[in-house]
Design a protein around this ligand. Structure first.
Ligand code: ADP
Length: 540
């Protein structure tokens, strides 16, 4: 039987409508942005919409058309935000580039995406100098600054953003088009082979951003002041630049200053209520707060993801500083978060340490997403909290195929994540490891994440990482790297004894290497490949 079509309007879900909505409903809500040269800039959603339309006019005047790509190599700031809206709102593709990619990879993705304009922060002028000659399609190099702060870049005719948009009208009318059109493009970090592009549609971003506003997810409303530390150059800053204006939350953009002291100062000055970032950033922030005996006067919640948030840090935020941690999981291929901490009433009634242990897992799916774990034959494993296999995901904002990719990565309509996970009967998912990081020993698996989290529980440990080292008898054995907190004198025997009390005996690492710091990549994750290159010999 033919289904009766619904009789509602078929209006497209477009990114331009988000900014116009916030300009109309929350016109006087502030956006505060750290300029790359230091001072804070502040204006409103209404002002931002005017300038986004001006930028859209400038892009059209430069000859760009629907489908053209505009790149950015930029911090979280108000001009980058305007570009998010102007570019996608015009029907063009906003290609955010991760400045910490190897220059060869940057050149590759800029050419692959066919960027015609490149928006960059002055911090990255040396990078631009090195890559510009290799990016022939880029017609305009636009520095996100005014003329006074425009750097001179040998061999590149750069123009200041303010000068570029000034002559253009803010009367731009946002075009209407299919909501399935490409809006934003982000490439994976490409630790093996070339980076691959995830092309997010307007529909995917708008749906994800609406979900992000739910009270159980990020809870955006005019009562919130949100600080996204998670970079706008990677996975759309978890779609916070789209979700905050939907809910009318004040937006605070930290620019280039991401150290603990600067973040603390910004959080207090702007009375931030909610922040979002990776665990390494929060570790630095808490380090600063502890060393200086400080408190948070307004921040009551932080969203964390990108890598596993250790229970010890969750406990510190919650018990010492009264900051609730919401732990999410997502990846470049999932537009933003796919799972997030979500407690049932029974779970909320548990003891503090039991609750922190639950938060240390990666949460339950947000509406719109489905997950399952499968064994090596693709059979779905039970949701019993202990059967572990590859995590598969599907939903309205999960990748279908890579940009210009020939073969779809999907398996029976599901995206294989490369993560190993368990799911329990309540739907709570736990990432146990990445397939490439898990330590295979004597036919069993050791979760490097679990070992790292246990080690970080020691009061003298600032950071920990574990890699598998080839072993003649056991195949692989764990090697632990520790960065001590300043002034601490932890030794190998003590940390191994500490771990022996907390993990199975056969999990205890064979050796410990103490380092001054760990190699951390542009998205705040420990670069285990670098550790493997330097230390990945053979245990005897
Ligand atoms: P890359 O790390 O290669 O740059 P992504 O930024 O897309 O790629 O990162 C996605 C990966 O990060 C996931 O597949 C997962 O391994 C890891 N990840 C993300 N969030 C979490 C989390 N909360 N806990 C543990 N791992 C996480």
């Amino acid at each position: 039987m033919m289904l009766q079509p619904g009789l509602m309007m078929d209006r497209p879900l477009l990114i331009s409508s988000i900014l116009e909505h916030s300009a109309a409903q929350f016109g006087d809500v502030e956006i505060v942005s750290r300029e790359t040269h230091g001072p804070l800039f502040r204006y409103t959603y209404a002002d931002c919409a005017v300038r986004a339309r001006q930028l859209a006019s400038a892009l059209a005047a430069a000859g760009l058309q629907q489908g053209s790509a505009v790149g950015s190599i930029a911090w979280n700031n108000h001009r980058h935000l305007e570009a998010y809206y102007a570019v996608s709102g015009s029907g063009m593709v906003m290609h955010t580039c991760n400045p910490r990619l190897h220059p060869q990879q940057l050149i590759y993705i800029i050419n692959h995406a066919e960027d015609e304009v490149m928006l960059f922060d002055s911090t990255f002028a040396p990078l631009v100098k090195g890559i510009a000659a290799h990016c022939p399609k880029v017609k305009h190099w636009v520095c996100l600054s005014d003329a006074a702060n425009l750097p001179v870049i040998e061999g590149v005719q750069a123009i200041a953003y303010e000068d570029w948009i000034a002559p253009h009208s803010s009367d731009f009318i946002w075009p209407e088009f299919d909501e399935r059109s490409g809006a934003a493009l982000c490439y994976t970090s490409g630790t093996t082979g070339n980076p691959k592009g995830a092309l997010y549609s307007h529909r995917a971003i708008v749906l994800n951003a609406i979900t992000g506003c739910l009270p159980g997810v990020l809870d955006f409303s005019p009562k919130q002041t949100v600080l996204p530390v998670v970079p706008m150059f990677h996975i759309n800053a978890w779609c916070i630049p789209y979700a905050a204006p939907i809910g009318g939350a004040k937006l605070v953009l930290p620019g280039p200053r991401l150290d603990g002291a600067s973040l603390y100062e910004l959080i207090e000055a702007e009375q931030v209520t909610l922040s979002a970032g990776v665990p390494t950033i929060w570790q630095a922030l808490i380090g600063h707060v502890e060393q200086n005996g400080l408190r948070f006067s307004s921040m009551r919640r932080t969203a964390v993801g990108g890598s596993a948030m250790p229970a010890a840090l969750i406990a510190k935020f919650a018990d010492v500083y009264d900051v609730e941690v919401r732990h999410g999981w997502g990846m470049t291929e999932t537009t933003a978060v796919a799972t997030m901490t979500s407690m049932s009433p029974a779970e909320m009634a548990l003891s503090a340490s039991e609750r922190h242990a639950l938060v240390a897992k990666q949460g339950k799916t947000v509406f719109g997403i489905q997950i399952k774990v499968v064994d090596e034959h693709g059979h779905t494993l039970p949701r019993d909290g202990s059967s572990q296999g590859e995590l598969m995901v599907r939903g309205q904002w999960i990748i279908q195929s890579y940009f210009k990719g020939e073969k779809s990565p999907l398996v029976d309509g599901w995206f294989p994540t490369g993560d190993i996970a368990t799911i329990d009967a309540q739907g709570l998912m736990q990432i146990r490891d990445r397939t490439k990081d898990v330590i295979k020993t004597g036919g069993e698996w050791i979760s490097s994440i679990d070992l790292e989290n246990a080690a970080v529980g020691h009061p003298a440990v600032a950071m920990a990482a574990v890699i598998g080292i080839k072993h003649p008898k056991w195949d692989e054995r764990p090697l632990l790297f520790i960065v001590r907190k300043p002034g601490q004198t932890l030794e190998k025997e003590e940390i191994l004894a500490f771990l022996t009390e907390r993990v199975a005996k056969w999990w205890v690492p064979d050796d410990v290497v103490f380092l001054e710091s760990l190699p951390v990549g542009g998205t705040g994750k420990v670069q285990k490949n670098d550790l493997r290159k330097e230390y990945g010999g053979v245990f005897s």
